[in-house]
Ligand binder design. Structure first.
Ligand code: NAP
Length: 507
């Protein structure tokens, strides 16, 4: 059966219309009308979230785990409809939507198991020392507590896993925080059906109505109203540097500034060390081309830059990368705006002095074909803009003169989500010089692979110094991401009867 969205917001358990409508712009299939959000609706959602914050924080871990698992079940129950509307709105292939749905439900279930295990509470206990000299020590207990209502902004390129019931929402609900989602205007119907799943799970699990709201966008004032609402205590954002920075600034300028966990863009450089280049340069080039063009290059971890040392192996690499990228057919991008930004970015790189185009297939409308450019280390170091993300399948080979210039380039990098080393055993000394530099630049350093494909795991770090993210101490993927929505509270000499249950268990 075909899913047709009704186009309403979900505000604290009620489906409501807005002051007007906007029309979706799907890659294929029918367009639909959606209610535009407004500051008044934001206020309703945020007040309802605050009204239930204490009650939701007091739910047991078992109750919240059941809620998260129920959301996953309800999403699976709507699998066909989610894939239908998701593919229509984003142009992403069916297999990708199905895979992303599995990742989304997997994340929800992983957080359920994570909170049941209890380690995330980081419980600490310092016994009282009444006879200590010169002063007695009080009894101290510490535990992580939920911070209150969290606002979530999803990204266009992950309509499920980084969106309505994606990683940020799962982490916040697991922590014990109500969530207000600002829907992405590129996939409002996908947002709606996922919100239906959360709504059904909430009712089945008898959770308070204010624990989850979805406000469709259609107007930039909606996002601004959400991040500046006094009830909101933190923001999880996945999206562009420009959008993230604007909302980050609003959070910082609030009378009560709040943390803004912005996961933004990155060029994810790869460093190809000499022995690996000599042994398998052409093979690495083919793997790079596949990673660069996967999903029309619309991944924040897309490896946009390959740094190689000048010489015959660098030529082999460039020839192989050109041969692999040249035949790649144009792919549909997520939105007209993203396609236009990709063309502008490609033109900007093409117009930079010292840059040579190796692959440049012009394309129009919402489509993107790969671009491959080449420049020298000296030109790259002199042109800051060559290190900025172009969202799409664009690669830049930077040829450095020697290992020292490669190190200088690494030191010059801005913050990254990932940095990659391609190395063989004989490259170890070289790698040992680069690693201390790269680990200051990136949230994840990987060897002999490609950074697209972010494992949802306990050890994953998906973040990095600015501009990769606005909070380099955090990750937005994996169980550690729950820490963004928790705050340590110390309980000094509190009578047993007042302690939270999770601390009493520890005594
Ligand atoms: P986007 O255009 O920044 O949109 C993200 C959200 O922010 C949308 O809800 C958007 O509202 C809102 N927004 C943007 N600018 C705003 C402003 N000035 N005021 C109020 N609201 C604003 O990003 P996108 O195009 O969806 O995503 C692509 C980008 O995300 C790429 O740069 C990619 O690298 C990055 N990304 C990063 C990660 C990561 O984990 N680091 C993951 C995926 C993607 P509207 O709905 O009204 O547009």
């Amino acid at each position: 059966m075909t899913f047709t969205p009704h186009g309403k917001h979900l505000i604290a358990g009620d489906w409501v219309s807005g002051p007007g409508t906007f029309t979706s712009s799907p890659a294929h299939g029918a367009a639909h009308d959606f209610a535009v959000g407004s500051p008044a609706l934001v206020d309703d959602a945020c007040r309802a979230a605050e009204a239930c914050a204490v009650a939701y924080a007091a739910t047991t871990r078992t109750e919240r785990a059941a809620f998260l698992n129920a959301i996953a079940d309800e999403i699976e129950a709507r699998a066909a409809a989610i894939t239908q509307i998701g593919t229509e709105e984003t142009g992403l292939p069916e297999a990708r939507l199905n895979g992303e749905r599995g990742r989304t439900t997997g994340q929800l279930r992983q957080f359920a198991a994570h909170i049941l295990a209890g380690d995330y509470l980081d419980r600490r206990f310092d016994a009282a020392l009444p006879d200590r000299e010169p002063a007695p020590r009080p009894e101290l207990r510490m535990m992580q507590r939920p911070i209150g209502p969290v606002a979530v902004f999803g990204a266009s390129n992950f309509p499920l896993a980084f969106s309505t019931a994606g990683g940020d929402t799962a982490a916040a609900l697991a922590a014990g925080c109500p969530v207000v989602v600002k829907g992405h205007s590129a996939h409002p119907g996908t947002g709606e059906i996922v919100a239906e799943a959360v709504h059904a799970a909430r009712i089945a699990c008898n959770m308070p109505a204010g624990v989850f709201s979805l406000i469709q966008g259609g107007d930039r004032s909606v996002g601004e109203a959400v991040v500046t609402h006094p009830a909101i205590k933190a923001v999880g954002f996945t999206g562009s540097l420009g959008g993230g920075r604007a909302l980050f600034n609003l959070c910082a300028a609030r009378p009560e500034p709040i943390p803004f966990f912005g996961e933004l863009g990155s060029v994810n450089p790869m460093f190809l060390l000499p022995e690996a280049m000599a042994a398998r340069g052409a093979q690495i080039a083919a793997g790079w081309a596949a990673s660069l063009t996967m999903g029309a290059g619309q991944f924040c971890t897309n490896p946009g830059i390959a740094v190689v040392i000048a010489g015959p192996d660098a030529e082999t690499f460039a020839t192989a990368a050109t041969a692999a990228l040249q035949p790649v057919a144009p792919q549909t991008m997520l939105t007209d705006g993203i396609a236009a930004a990709y063309r502008q970015g490609s033109e900007r790189i093409a117009g930079t002095s010292g840059v040579q185009a190796l692959v440049a297939t012009p394309c129009d409308q919402r489509r993107a074909a790969p671009y491959l450019f080449r420049t020298t280390g000296a030109e790259w170091l002199a042109n800051h803009a060559l290190g900025e993300e172009v969202f799409g399948p664009l690669g830049l080979i930077v040829t450095v003169t020697d290992a020292d210039e490669m190190l200088a380039l690494a030191a010059h990098l801005e913050g990254q989500l990932t940095c990659t080393l391609h190395l063989d055993a004989g490259d170890t000394a070289h790698g040992r010089r680069l690693l201390p530099v790269l680990e200051r630049k990136a949230g994840r350093v990987l060897a002999n692979g490609f950074p697209t494909g972010v494992e949802v795991a306990d050890s994953m770090v998906h973040g990095g110094p600015y501009p990769a993210s606005t909070n380099f101490g955090a990750t937005s993927v994996g169980t550690l991401s729950i820490r963004r929505f928790l705050r340590p509270v110390c309980y000094q000499n509190l009578p047993e009867a007042l302690l939270p249950d999770d601390l009493r268990e520890q005594a």
